[in-house]
Design a protein around this ligand. Structure first.
Ligand code: PNS
Length: 164
C-alpha cells in the first residue's frame, strides 16, 4: 500500500475535543498526519500561533505519527510545499457540508492534484465548535467537557473569573 500523508488544516482557536477526536481517528488511517494551523486568519485569534501549536503538541503527544505545523496564505500552496495532495476535514452536520464542498472544489480548482477526504465527527462532539467555546468561556461558563484539559487550563488562565 502506498504511504499516505494528509494535512488536517484549521484555525484551532482553540483546539476542541472534536478536533482531537478527528486527529486521533485520522491518524489511525494514514502514515503521517500534519495538523496545519492557519496563522493569518481574518479574524483576530484568541490564541497566538505559538500558543495553539503548544496546545496541539501537548494534546497529541501520545500520537507518534502526528505533526503540528502552521501556515500562511493559501492551503494549496502550503500543501504543494509539503508535497502532500490529500486534505482531511471533519463534517459535524449538514450545515458544514456546503462550506466544505465549496472549499474542496476551490482547492481542487486551484491545484488539481488536491483531494479532500472527510471524516464525520463523533456524535458526542458534533455540536462543539471553537467559536462556541470562546463564547462560553468569555461569559463565565465551564468548558471542561468540550475541550481537552490542557486547553481548558489555558482558557481559564486567559479568562480568570474576575475578567469574565
Ligand atoms: O478551522 P477552520 O476555520 O474551519 O479552517 C478553515 C481553513 C483554515 C481550513 C481555511 O480557511 C483555509 O484553508 N484557509 C487558508 C486560505 C485558503 O487557502 N483559502 C482558500 C480555501 S477555499
Amino acid at each position: 500500500m502506498p504511504s499516505l500523508t494528509v494535512i488536517y488544516p484549521g484555525s484551532f482557536d482553540p483546539p476542541t475535543n472534536g478536533h482531537l477526536d478527528l486527529i486521533s481517528r485520522g491518524s489511525r488511517l494514514v502514515n503521517h498526519l500534519i495538523v496545519a494551523i492557519l496563522q493569518n486568519s481574518q479574524k483576530e485569534p484568541l490564541f497566538t500561533t505559538e500558543e495553539r501549536t503548544a496546545m496541539l503538541k501537548e494534546i497529541t503527544a501520545h500520537l507518534p505519527n502526528v505533526e503540528i505545523d502552521s501556515f500562511n496564505g493559501l492551503l494549496v500552496d502550503y500543501a504543494a510545499r509539503r508535497n502532500v495532495n490529500t486534505i482531511l476535514r471533519g463534517i459535524r452536520a449538514v450545515s458544514d457540508y456546503e462550506t466544505e464542498l465549496q472549499m474542496a472544489l476551490l482547492n481542487r480548482r486551484l491545484r488539481p492534484e488536491t483531494e479532500t477526504v472527510f471524516l464525520t465527527a463523533a456524535a458526542e462532539h458534533s455540536f462543539v465548535s471553537s467559536r462556541m467555546v470562546k463564547e462560553i468561556i468569555t461569559l463565565g461558563g465551564d468548558v471542561a467537557s468540550v475541550v481537552p484539559e490542557a486547553v481548558a487550563q489555558r482558557l481559564r488562565s486567559k479568562f480568570p473569573p474576575a475578567k469574565r
